[in-house]
Design a protein around this ligand. Structure first.
Ligand code: ATP
Length: 350
C-alpha cells in the first residue's frame, strides 16, 4: 500500500506538438477485464476532460465502472483501448508513484503502529524530503484538516471521522496535482458525512488541488461538485454542473437517478406517443379554479412533511408525485388538476 499514497514528478512523454489544454484528458477509454473477446466490458467509449482546481465527481450506481476509471487515472489499472493524459502527457507507461496523483482509500489504509504525524510524514520520507521540511509540512497539513492536537495519537485512538482526516492529510501532504477519493465518506454516519462534505469542499478550495470523487450518492455529488459525470453500465450518460444535470437531464436514466422525477408518457400530455416527459415533483402545483390543467388525477395519499406536502396522485396510465408548498392535505379520492411551467418539463431520449 505505501507506494500507492506517494506522488512524485511525472516523467512521461509529452504529446507531440499539443499543448496541455486540460489537466486530465480521458480519451476513448474502454476496459475489458479478462479475455478481450469474452471478458467483462467494464467501461466503454469514455471521454472526459477535467480542469485544474475542479471538484469533479464520478457518480453512478454500483458496478457502473466508476472505481475502475478512478484506478486508471491513478495507474492501478490500464485501459484496454484509449488514452489517459495528465498535464498534456500520455501516462500509459507511468506507474502510480510517478503520476502527480494521490488517492484516498475507502478503508483509510492507515499504518496502525505509527502515530498520526508519522502516518502523514511517511509519504514525504519516501519522497526523500528534508527532515525540517517534513516537520513543517506535517504540521501545516494537520492544521489544515484540524487534527493538530492529535499528532501523537495512534489511529486506534481516533474516531472514524478523525481517521478519515488523517488519511486525507497523508494524501494531501505532498500537494499532488490531483486527489482521487473513492467513496471516502461511506464509512461515516450521516451527520459526520454531511460535516465532511463541507470539509472536503473547504480543503479543495484552500489547496487548489483538483479533486476527483467517486460516489453513488447523488445528494453528495450535487452538494460538493463543480461538475459531475453520471455513469451507468460502463458509459458516461451526461457531464455537467449539478444544476445542468438536475434541471436538464439528457436521458431517462439521469432524470431518474438524480433527484426524483415523474416520467410521464407523452401521449397523456397530448405529445408524441413515444416521448417521455420528465417533471420534478417540486415543480408541480394544483391548478387554481379556471386554470386549464396539464393533466388531471385523483389523490391517493397526501403526507404533510412540514414545509410542504408530498402527494401521490393517480393519473391516466400511471402515477405521479407532487411536492406542494405548505399544507395541502387533500383527502384520498379528491380529484385535482395539475399544472407546471413549460420550462419545468423535459422531453427525454429513452
Ligand atoms: P461500486 O460502487 O460497487 O464500487 P463501481 O461503479 O465502482 O461499483 P467498478 O468497481 O468499477 O464499479 O466495477 C465495474 C465492473 O467491473 C463491475 O461489474 C465489476 O464486477 C467489474 N470488475 C471490477 N474489477 C474487476 C476485475 N479486477 N476483474 C473482473 N471484473 C472486474
Amino acid at each position: 500500500m505505501p507506494s500507492e499514497v506517494l506522488s512524485a514528478a511525472p516523467a512521461a512523454t509529452a504529446r507531440p506538438g499539443a499543448p496541455a489544454r486540460h489537466l486530465i484528458e480521458v480519451v476513448g477509454v474502454e476496459k475489458i477485464f479478462g479475455d478481450v473477446a469474452t471478458g467483462h466490458r467494464a467501461l466503454e467509449a469514455i471521454n472526459i476532460l477535467i480542469e485544474e482546481k475542479e471538484f469533479f465527481t464520478l457518480l453512478g450506481p454500483s458496478g457502473c465502472g466508476k472505481t475502475t476509471l478512478l484506478r486508471m487515472i491513478a495507474g492501478f489499472e490500464h485501459p484496454t483501448t484509449g488514452e489517459i493524459w495528465l498535464q498534456g502527457k500520455d501516462v500509459a507507461s507511468l506507474p502510480p508513484r510517478e503520476r502527480p496523483v494521490n488517492m484516498v482509500f475507502q478503508n483509510y489504509a492507515l499504518f496502525p503502529h505509527l502515530t498520526v504525524s508519522q502516518n502523514v510524514a511517511f509519504g514525504l520520507e519516501m519522497l526523500r524530503w528534508k527532515k525540517a521540511d517534513i516537520t513543517a509540512r506535517v504540521q501545516e497539513t494537520l492544521s489544515l484538516v484540524k487534527l493538530a492536537h492529535f499528532a501523537n495519537r495512534k489511529p486506534a485512538q481516533l474516531s472514524g471521522g478523525q481517521q478519515q482526516r488523517v488519511a486525507l492529510a497523508r494524501a494531501l501532504a505532498p500537494r499532488p496535482q490531483v486527489l482521487l477519493l473513492d467513496e471516502p465518506l461511506s464509512a461515516l454516519d450521516l451527520k459526520l458525512r454531511k460535516e465532511m462534505q463541507f470539509e472536503l469542499k473547504r480543503l479543495q478550495r484552500e489547496t487548489g488541488i483538483t479533486f476527483i470523487l467517486v460516489t453513488h450518492d447523488q445528494e453528495e455529488a450535487l452538494a460538493m461538485s463543480d461538475r459531475i459525470a453520471v455513469m451507468n453500465t460502463g458509459r458516461v450518460q451526461q457531464i455537467g454542473t449539478p444544476e445542468e444535470i438536475y434541471d436538464h437531464p439528457t436521458n431517462r436514466f439521469v432524470a431518474d437517478f438524480i433527484g426524483e422525477a415523474n416520467l410521464i408518457p407523452g401521449e397523456s400530455l397530448g405529445r408524441r406517443a413515444d416521448a417521455i416527459i420528465a417533471v420534478r415533483p417540486e415543480k408541480i402545483e394544483i391548478a387554481r379554479p379556471g386554470v386549464t390543467p396539464r393533466i388531471s388525477g385523483v389523490v391517493d395519499v397526501a403526507t404533510f412533511l412540514g414545509s410542504d406536502t408530498l402527494m401521490e396522485i393517480t393519473i391516466p396510465g400511471g402515477r405521479l408525485r407532487a411536492r406542494i408548498r405548505g399544507a395541502a392535505k387533500l383527502p384520498q379520492g379528491t380529484e385535482v388538476g395539475l399544472v407546471w411551467e413549460t420550462e419545468a418539463e423535459r422531453e427525454l431520449l429513452d
